[in-house]
Design a protein around this ligand. Sequence first.
Ligand code: IMP
Length: 432
Amino acid sequence: MPAIAVVGAQFGDEGKGKVSHYLAERAHMVVRTQGGNNAGHTVVVGGRIFRLHTVPSGVLYPGCKSVIGNGVVVDPKALLEEIDYLRSEGVDTGRLILSDRAHLIMPYHKLLDGLDEDRRGQRRIGTTRQGIGPAYMDKNARLGIRVADLLDREGLREVIEEHVALKNDLLVKVYGQDPLSAAEIYEDYRGYAERLRPFVTDTARLVNDAIDAGERVLFEGAQGSLLDVDHGTYPYVTSSHPIAGGVTIGSGVGPTKIDKVVGVLKAYTSRVGDGPFPTELMDEQGDAIRERGKEYGTTTGRPRRIGWVDGVLLGYAARINGLTHIAINSVDVLAGFDTVKVAVAYELDGRRIEDPPANLRELARCKPIYEELSGWGDLGGTPAHRSELPASLESYVKRIEQISHAKVAVISVGREQGETIYVEDLFGKARV
Ligand code: IMP
């Protein structure tokens, strides 16, 4: 029985939620392995729209376990609000499970995220200001507080006092802010601990046991490959590993146990936040795609930057993830364009290059070399098979396969769940 990782093949917001929804319906377990409530996953179930931030989409499917793995950074207040929201919508949160090794986002992380962005001014990252970066900083500096510490009634006060004293130095002396009260934070977090305690376990054991027992496990990615802290457009990245490698670290499952890696992309590209974007469209065509694709951030409401598919970055994403499959979303958004473009190489200082340079000043000078393909019209419904696609769209899909060396398994032709062509049944038959 396969374990499948779904990752974003672009800059996030590729529509992973729709693919995950399809797979989660067939999965026994859905696992988040990185990021935190910077993610905004919109999932439509039974005509109802749910917006998830930290909770994996498995929570929406009866009988499916939802695991927040050790690699996720958890804002306990935001997580509890999300649980309350789901319960108020009649969703059973009893199958939600939280890793005892996940790190916590503390109030000072959120505060420092905003202060650091303001300090950077023009060179800001454009973060979601949810405290993600500072929480991962503390994790790596070995100054983090984990879920296991949260549940340790005696140890918690001490560790909060120690860390708040350090952060207060920074807040007061560097940023000229008022100090935070360790006692207040302790009281709040003690309350969160009691509410979260029933959800907590050793999730690496749980997920490995599920895979060993032949259950179908879906690893649900957040953000996108080009936002990976190692492989993305550093420093304009998030602080975690949204690539497939992050799945193993963030869940405690070895790479030999992951059977398929599905990269999700849109038929165009969007980016929210700052940073390089070689194929960005700063014109009416970009505006038209933004409006037709409703490209506004789920977490922040920010308008997303729009551009053509960048084959240089797609090939790169396919390589660093070891993609076996591709899901293409939003082909309907481009319907009616006479031609569509895909960048197949860059021109850098008069040279043709086929890999993205690591140096951002060089990347900023890269001019995309486009291949122009014929556009496709309104599909007038959802074709049952890939063979029924208009020839121009089929050529486009083939080009994506050539660039990524991966097989297109899913083609999405509209927002609704039914508006999808499943070329390959990734999980096999339905769970029940
Ligand atoms: P952070 O993850 O809040 O630190 O933000 C770092 C960068 O990642 C910014 O450019 C954000 O806009 C981007 N980012 C973070 N989460 C998402 C997401 O879920 N979708 C798209 N972009 C994201």
